[in-house]
Design a protein around this ligand. Structure first.
Ligand code: TYD
Ligand code: MG
Length: 449
């Protein structure tokens, strides 16, 4: 038999090289290439039992699927999934250890209104899971528990129980003997994911896989399986007790949706209506650099507080530190201010934060960001009750925003009285809020201060 040639495999992203390199050319990590023997391919005998011989069919004769979303019973999880679990789908939920993945999924397993539900753990004993269930007050829920890391055992149980929903915690602990002796290798994770995803598709069931992620937010190893699953959700924590669940891939829904939770003594609690939570402390007037903004994230408006700070650059090159709003967006908005208002930022280090630690993707964050930067740089505070919304063009124009009426309503509910935004809002709502039209950045700044 020909000798199997060894490979260098990146432990961070799974990239393969024939020779060792100090830096992985795919993900840029240093010292992550490790020597591995290529693991043998495995015939998928478990799935062959399920698969029926296939012939092509006319598209028009293919039965349209019934509206087949299964609610997990947890609204914020359903929201992040785009409206629940799709029949025949597989979802990967990633997050750092301790973030609450097992808690969330045990709560979901207990509240799902369909059965049977199978919760497989390769990480904890039945007693540990029972203890958590007691803490969550869900020990009487009709869910089946299997503590095993062996795919053979799990497959037997899948055949016996024929569950509607299977939760596997975690994909890194599962072992398929044919894919090598060590759990968590790339070949193991790929094989486990492939087999469970195929099972789910063929049975019309649902599978949720838990995956641990590294500090950098990469799903350790299983980055390579993202294409094998239908949706990937990342569970993240802000500096506070808040937890955010976001889709980074969703074959059946939008990826802008964000589910919001807090971790309490009795498990994860949904924040369906976050209210003032992203507005920080209640102030009569905001200090310089602080501006509120109604942001459309997913399908709801969140009113958030942006905080900007500028200090003389410490190095020869000024830098931007912003992990909640894209760094490039911040630099671009600073450049627009510099060009159109003559306020210099090129010799300043810029720090941007969002209260509550939520990441903002809405493009209408441009104008509030500009107002916050201007306010911080000039040391001028904004009058109370004012907030801003709008996208900025490089030419300094304030561009229209989507979902204007919802933004106005949310701002009004939070007690604001004036909203600076793009032109064209007059007469569009019956709101008491005063929409201050600003066609260009210079007018917006004038209106604000
Ligand atoms: P866990 O779900 O085990 O995280 P993961 O599976 O992502 O590693 O949750 C871990 C943390 O959550 C742990 O530090 C304890 C805390 N916790 C609570 O605060 N309240 C609770 O009701 C539960 C079950 C856990
Ligand atoms: Mg866990």
């Amino acid at each position: 038999m020909a000798k199997r040639k060894s490979l260098q495999v990146c432990s961070s992203c799974g990239h393969q090289e024939s020779k060792w390199l100090g830096q992985c050319p795919a993900c840029g990590e240093w010292n992550t290439l490790e020597e591995r023997l290529p693991e043998p391919e495995r015939p998928g005998h478990f799935l062959q039992d399920l698969a029926t011989p296939q012939q092509s069919a006319l598209l028009s004769q293919v039965a349209a699927p019934a509206s087949a979303r299964l609610s997990t019973g947890i609204g914020e999880l359903d929201r992040a999934l785009g409206g629940g679990l799709m029949e025949g789908s597989t979802v990967l939920i990633g997050g750092e250890p301790g973030i609450g993945k097992s808690t969330l999924l045990l709560q979901a397993a207990a509240s799902v209104q369909a059965g049977p539900v199978l919760y497989v753990s390769g990480e904890e004993s039945p007693a540990q899971i029972r203890q958590r269930a007691d803490r969550l007050g869900i020990s009487q829920a009709p869910l089946h528990l299997l503590c095993s890391a062996h795919m053979g055992t799990i497959q037997e149980e899948l055949k016996r129980l024929d569950p509607r929903l299977v939760i596997v915690d975690s994909v890194q602990t599962m072992i398929v003997p044919e894919a090598g002796a060590v759990p968590g290798t790339i070949n193991q994770i790929k094989t486990v994911t492939h087999e469970l995803a195929e099972w789910s598709r063929l049975r019309g069931a649902q599978v949720i896989l838990v995956a641990h992620v590294t500090k950098e937010g990469q799903i350790a190893g299983p980055k390579v399986v993202e294409h094998l699953v239908d949706a990937v959700l990342l569970f993240e924590q802000s500096g506070s007790d808040l937890r955010f669940l976001r889709a980074t891939k969703n074959r059946f829904g939008a990826i802008e949706e964000v589910g919001i939770f807090t971790m309490e003594q009795t498990g994860l609690v949904e924040l369906t209506d976050p209210g003032r939570i992203f507005l920080g402390t209640d102030r009569t007037s905001p200090p310089p650099g602080v501006v509120a903004a109604p942001c459309y994230e997913g399908s709801r408006v969140l009113v958030v507080e942006i905080q900007a700070l500028t200090v003389p650059a410490k190095g020869a090159v000024s830098r931007t530190f912003s992990d909640r709003i894209d760094n490039r967006r911040v630099s671009r908005v600073a450049a627009v201010l510099e060009k159109h208002l003559g306020v210099t930022f090129s010799d300043q280090d810029i720090y941007i934060n969002v209260a509550g630690g939520i990441r903002i993707q809405d493009v209408a964050i441009d104008l509030p960001l500009a107002v916050a930067l201007f306010s911080a740089r000039q040391g001028k505070e904004l009058p109370s009750g004012v907030l801003a919304t709008g996208e900025l063009s490089l030419a300094g124009e304030v561009r229209p925003v989507s979902h204007r009426a919802q933004r106005i309503k949310a701002a009004e509910e939070m007690g604001f009285s004036r909203l600076i935004g793009p032109p064209g809002a007059a007469g569009s709502t019956t709101s008491q809020i005063h929409w201050m039209e600003a066609p260009r950045i210079a007018q917006a700044i004038r209106q604000a201060f």
